[in-house]
Design a protein around this ligand. Sequence first.
Ligand SMILES: NC(=O)C1=CN([C@@H]2O[C@H](COP(=O)(O)OP(=O)(O)OC[C@H]3O[C@@H](n4cnc5c(N)ncnc54)[C@H](O)[C@@H]3O)[C@@H](O)[C@H]2O)C=CC1
Ligand SMILES: CC(=O)C(=O)O
Length: 344
Amino acid sequence: MSLLGKMFYKEQPHVQNLSHKVSIIGAGNVGMAVAVSLLGKHVTNNLVLIDPIGDKVKGEIIDLQHGSLFLRNALIGGGNTFEDSADSKLCIITTGVRQEPGESRLVMAQRNSEIIVKVVKMLIKYSPDTMILVVGNPCDVMAYVAWKASGLPAYKVMGAGTTLDSQRFRVELSKKFNINPSNIHAWIIGEHGEHSFAIWSSVNIGGTRIEKINPKFGTDDDTEKWSVLLKDVLGAAKTIRELKDYTNWGIGMSIATIAKALMTQGGSIYAVSVNAKGKFGIEDDIFISLPAVLGSNGITDIVHLNLTEDELARLHNAAKILKEVQDSIKIEEKEVKCKCRRCK
Ligand SMILES: NC(=O)C1=CN([C@@H]2O[C@H](COP(=O)(O)OP(=O)(O)OC[C@H]3O[C@@H](n4cnc5c(N)ncnc54)[C@H](O)[C@@H]3O)[C@@H](O)[C@H]2O)C=CC1
Ligand SMILES: CC(=O)C(=O)O
């Protein structure tokens, strides 16, 4: 009899609870920040990390596994192929090349969309019913590409959107008001990029809409110049990139929070990239960042914001730009061959 046989009276085979599997695709700076945040927030104890390129992902998996002692015995698997992602409830795509200096978003969109299509086809092969959250940039357009490539209903596919921008906005406001950012309700919507904008009219602290006190709040005519604060918010990515080359911790934590809403506690609202067709006068399938209610099967509702005329015009402008980029992308429907042991 083996040592295990001598140690235990076996009652039944050991079965792992696989119902909360989250797969992260891309073990770069963002992917690893998402992984650590998901584990630290106990969003899942069944994590898979996949990166088709290089050995780094294998090293990251072993390294993280050594932390599982402190992470509710989390199961951490993955590698270069997609088989371990089978039956994921949520797949988070962080693959993508970063923008080269001087490179247009459009060129980056085409390059990254080719990666997204390949990745999504593989994910759907193993998890046909998964939810997909796209982080790779330009994330609104990449969410559209993921939706097209996946064949999933739109409510199951979203992009990180302007969650991070809204988070940055709340943090900057919190520094001025000296209030915990979780008690400040403020949104950036539109496109996660050059066409995002703040909904100053809805900034609310402690049940008080600031615009009611200062009707010029956030406008160029405001003598207190609150709008200056937006420079730090919208320029944050550039500032951080100049200092450390990439951004990862802020997005890692916001993705873990979105994932928590999708995995455990429905009813939380985040400004994710959603298909806005039929909302706010948008007529086409355009993925754009709007506050949406998240539940355990994806997006349940999109908030019917009370936008001012100017804010609505900005939203339509962002939608127009996003549609132009979406339309410029060629999404090839070609079959992707899996190199995993099961399919070889
Ligand atoms: N939505 C948001 O708020 C944010 C988005 N990002 C975006 O996230 C993406 C990842 O950024 P980082 O992790 O810093 O980059 P990184 O270079 O550290 O990691 C990217 C990963 O993608 C993988 N990859 C590259 N080409 C691939 C291909 N052809 N097929 C499969 N995998 C491939 C690489 O192996 C690498 O592990 C970028 O597009 C970046 O702009 C970053 C921060 C915030
Ligand atoms: C890189 C990026 O999209 C950000 O940090 O906002």
